[in-house]
Ligand binder design. Structure first.
Ligand code: ADP
Ligand code: MG
Length: 599
């Protein structure tokens, strides 16, 4: 940790000293790197962490720049006031665009961002009041404490102070309650929603956050140049911003600075030419077909080739390579803290979960055929059946992952038929996934802490300002306790993806426990476990039951459920084949036939 901090102090010292000894030209580059870093930082969060690709970020930079240019030149508004207005305006536009585009899946989202990126660019160029393609001049310089920042060297300090503040805030955000939820978005919404994250809403929040950073950069740009025209806010620049975030690497906020620096210097170098460039250009002229001259867009071609090579060689960007030279922070043991409030166990309800004629059809296939059963408080109910019987589908009907075709499911006395999964989670249901859904690069501790999402309150602003430390300490202590209970204390700080698959299943159970559920839903938790691990799991489940936890256990492994469950429901071909005590079920000829026939 100490050497890491030293590296940071050295970086800031170098940054601060640069204008003192470097020629003007370097200060100008430094200014641009700072401006680009701020935009790329938003993309690290939006694209790198949350997995939402945007090519349109330059348009938000334009909104920030043009809002201030227009208001200061036309009405003489103070630039600091126009910053606030620009942020409000950009935030509103991003909210609207995010609401429409972030619902899109796959390649439609990036395409949509290209579409509105281009639209806004043409809007800037075609609005008479914004000066058309010639742009606007006479934008006033910024004043800080009465001093006009006309000098680029002074402006440099303002840009980098804001860039460092943005880095600090974003870094805080990543390491917090909303940050864990944002990281969870990348693997699809299902897992995040199962722990109470309103994924659609959170995506928009991240989108607006990134747009606001872009707006700040645009505002700084307008008052640095003191003149704006549409060209820096087009789709080319939008693509370059995305490149910066991807090349730098999304593993860390520093990826934004690395990407912005690399691409700015690279472009400068390619444009400057020099003997090497002349050689390359002549070479290209030989290989390119007649009539295609590389002279015009020469640097773009080389730039493109270099990007492709880089992305081929370093998928995760350059940050991991840089990080190798930095000391790895030694994780400190998680200190204990006041436990989070726990919820009542639901013992006063006669039935905790009531599945009534639940039906699910996939086209012509009836995966669950009018199934009814109930789960009583404090019991371990096993839902078993051969492969393809419809167990996981039933499981998803209960947790809200799939919508019922007909029938109903009531949890704690209230129907959850039309309740979204994140609200079902809030009522006290936690689940694991048959196909493990952890965030592989994140530590076991952080993965498990995501389970406590609904037990915290911290929002994006509090997290970014690091005002969440007390709650965070309690959440982490809770997560550490759940991990220890599940016997994985030795792996607390390991990346979840580095564990064996069986252990990852146990991490999922720890995460579910961290949610303090009334009803714990487990989908084939024993799959992939060795004999001894299965026994340890059985001990854990029994001790949870002893504390009043109710468990619905979907399992394929008959032996595992026999000694563990209070009652069994057997499914075959979507229907209930039998229900009763494990010993009776074991003797039931129809069950034996289904299992032997199925196997
Ligand atoms: P189990 O968990 O008992 O092995 P599932 O609930 O996964 O069984 O599957 C039950 C049946 O439903 C299977 O025939 C499976 O192929 C089908 N099925 C499950 N999910 C889907 C889906 N999303 N679309 C179409 N068919 C599905
Ligand atoms: Mg299944």
């Amino acid at each position: 940790m100490r050497t890491g901090r030293l590296a940071f102090v050295a970086f800031v010292a170098l940054l601060a000293a640069l204008p003192a000894f470097a020629p003007q030209f370097w200060v100008t580059l430094g200014n641009y790197i700072g401006l680009y870093s701020i935009v790329a930082l938003g993309l690290v969060l939006l694209t790198g962490v949350a997995g939402q690709t945007s090519f349109g970020q330059a348009a938000f930079v334009g909104l920030g720049a043009y809002t201030s240019a227009y208001l200061t030149t036309r009405y003489g508004t103070s630039p600091w006031l126009t910053l606030a207005i620009g942020l409000a305006f950009t935030g509103t536009v991003a909210l609207g665009l995010g609401f429409i585009t972030l619902r899109m899946k796959g390649h439609y989202l990036p395409l949509a961002t290209i579409a509105w990126g281009i639209s806004l660019y043409y809007l800037f160029g075609n609005l008479e009041m914004l000066g058309g393609h010639t742009g606007m001049t006479g934008i006033p310089a910024l004043s800080v404490a009465g001093i006009e920042l006309r000098n680029e060297r002074w402006y440099y300090y303002l840009i980098w102070a804001i860039a460092l503040a943005a880095l600090w805030a974003t870094n805080n955000l990543l390491d917090s309650r909303p940050g864990r939820a944002i990281r969870a978005l990348r693997g699809g919404l299902e897992m995040a929603q199962a722990f109470g994250v309103n994924g659609a809403r959170l995506k928009i929040v991240v989108f607006v956050y990134a747009a606001l950073l872009a707006c700040v950069s645009g505002w700084l740009y307008a008052h640095l140049q003191r003149f704006v025209n549409p060209s820096p806010f087009g789709i080319n620049q939008g693509i370059e911003y995305l490149f910066m975030a991807v090349v730098g690497g999304a593993g860390s906020v520093w990826g934004a600075v690395i990407g912005a620096t690399l691409i700015t210097l690279l472009k400068q170098w390619l444009q400057d030419g020099g003997p090497l460039m002349t050689l390359l250009r002549d070479g290209l002229e030989l290989v390119l077909p007649q009539g295609v001259s590389p002279s015009g867009n020469f640097e773009i071609i080389v730039f493109g080739i270099l990007m492709v090579v880089l992305l081929q060689r370093a998928r995760e960007g350059l940050w991991p390579w840089f990080a190798r030279f930095l000391p790895r922070p030694q994780p400190a043991p998680v200190p204990s803290a006041t436990p989070l409030a726990a919820r009542p166990r639901g013992q006063d309800h006669a039935t905790l979960l009531d599945v009534r004629n639940a039906r699910k059809q996939f086209g012509g296939l009836v995966a669950v055929n009018d199934l009814s059963f109930e789960v009583r408080p404090g019991e371990i109910l096993g839902l078993i059946g051969p492969n393809g019987a419809g167990k996981s589908t039933t499981f998803n009907l209960i947790s809200g992952g799939l919508a019922l075709t007909s029938g109903d499911v009531a949890f704690l006395g209230a129907s959850i038929r039309h309740t979204p999964p994140y609200e079902i989670a809030a009522r006290g249901m936690a689940r694991t996934f048959q196909h493990v859904k952890l965030i592989p690069q994140m530590s076991v501790l952080d993965n498990v802490a995501l389970g406590a999402y609904l037990r915290g309150r911290t929002g994006v602003v509090r997290a970014a300002l690091k005002l969440d430390r007390e709650e965070e300490a309690r959440v982490r202590a809770e997560a550490a306790r759940a991990i220890e209970r599940c016997g994985l204390a030795a792996h607390t700080f390991d990346a979840a993806g580095s564990l064996a698959l069986g252990q990852q299943r146990i991490v999922e159970i720890a995460r579910a426990l961290c949610a303090d559920p009334v009803l714990l839903l487990l989908d084939e938790p024993a799959a992939g476990l060795r004999y001894l691990e299965k026994q340890e799991l059985a001990v854990l489940l029994r001790s949870l039951k002893a504390e009043g936890m109710t468990i619905l256990l979907v399992e394929h492994d008959m032996d595992f459920v026999m000694g563990l469950t209070d009652r069994l429901v057997v499914m075959d071909f979507g229907e209930k084949l039998a229900e009763g005590q494990p010993a009776d079920i074991q003797r039931n000829p129809r069950v034996r036939e289904a299992y032997l026939g199925g196997a």
